[in-house]
Design a protein around this ligand. Structure first.
Ligand code: C5P
Length: 225
């Protein structure tokens, strides 16, 4: 694996990896589940370090696993303890980013196969002036709004919907402000930026950036590798 000291990039990447990942079934925290013999997190960090833009990686590990996580990653990757929520884990990782990094990506250990091309595309959009950027894909399923009793309430116009992936990219002051002012725990950082009223831009995502959430996803990811 490329070591961080060989990197020359101006981008910091945060990897919240402290979740339990119960949807994968019982076992180790999700980021530490093996995929083709290595933890998901190791694959995700490898793809970040393979992206020349990335000069700093900070992982938020399950609080009891900080030393173990540090030992499985290349020298130079920073590892901090995660928090009770994803948002808290991101905030902990953000606080550890050295001051010279002014572009910050927030990735997800569960998107272990995200290609460096996607990571570079997000970083490039921030460098070109976007304050917040997310990779997206068109939605392929028909989406319905359903009430508590199972009744279909509406069919949503699929053409205006996008599925959101990571890494999400930010200029650092925007992400810091979004976290400082956050009150709810949202599932993504761009959502916090939207609440500030700041424009969020999109770039093309990639099917390989799929989120490995359920047992079938792990099987698909192993087949892809
Ligand atoms: O649960 P979900 O799949 O949405 O989690 C997304 C990411 O956030 C995962 O990589 C998970 O490890 C991370 N997370 C975290 N700290 C938490 C909860 C989730 O770092 N307390």
């Amino acid at each position: 694996m490329t070591t961080q000291s060989e990197q020359r990039g101006d981008v910091a990447a945060l990897v919240p990896a402290a979740g339990a990942g119960l949807r994968l079934g019982p076992g180790a925290p999700k980021a530490l589940r093996p995929l083709a013999g290595e933890p998901l997190l190791v694959h995700a960090v490898r793809n970040l370090l393979a992206t020349p833009d990335v000069g700093c990686v900070v992982v938020a590990a399950p609080p009891g696993e900080v030393d173990a996580v540090r030992a499985m990653l290349p020298e130079g990757v920073l590892v901090v303890a995660g928090g009770a929520t994803r948002q808290a884990s991101v905030a902990n990782a953000l606080a550890a980013v050295p001051p010279e990094f002014l572009i910050v990506l927030v990735h997800d250990a569960a998107r272990a196969l995200t290609p460096p091309t996607v990571i570079a595309r997000v970083a490039a959009a921030v460098r070109a002036g976007s304050r917040a950027v997310i990779p997206v894909l068109p939605v392929v399923d028909t989406i319905k709004q359903v009430g508590d009793d199972g009744e279909v309430l509406a069919t949503v116009d699929r053409s205006v919907l996008r599925a959101v992936q990571t890494p999400q990219g930010f200029d650092r002051p925007t992400l810091t402000t979004a976290h400082d002012q956050a009150s709810d725990d949202l599932t993504d950082d761009a959502g916090l930026v939207e609440k500030l009223g700041v424009r969020v831009d999109t770039v093309a995502g990639d099917e390989l950036a799929m989120k490995i959430t359920r047992p079938l996803d792990l099987k698909i990811a192993e087949a892809l590798l």
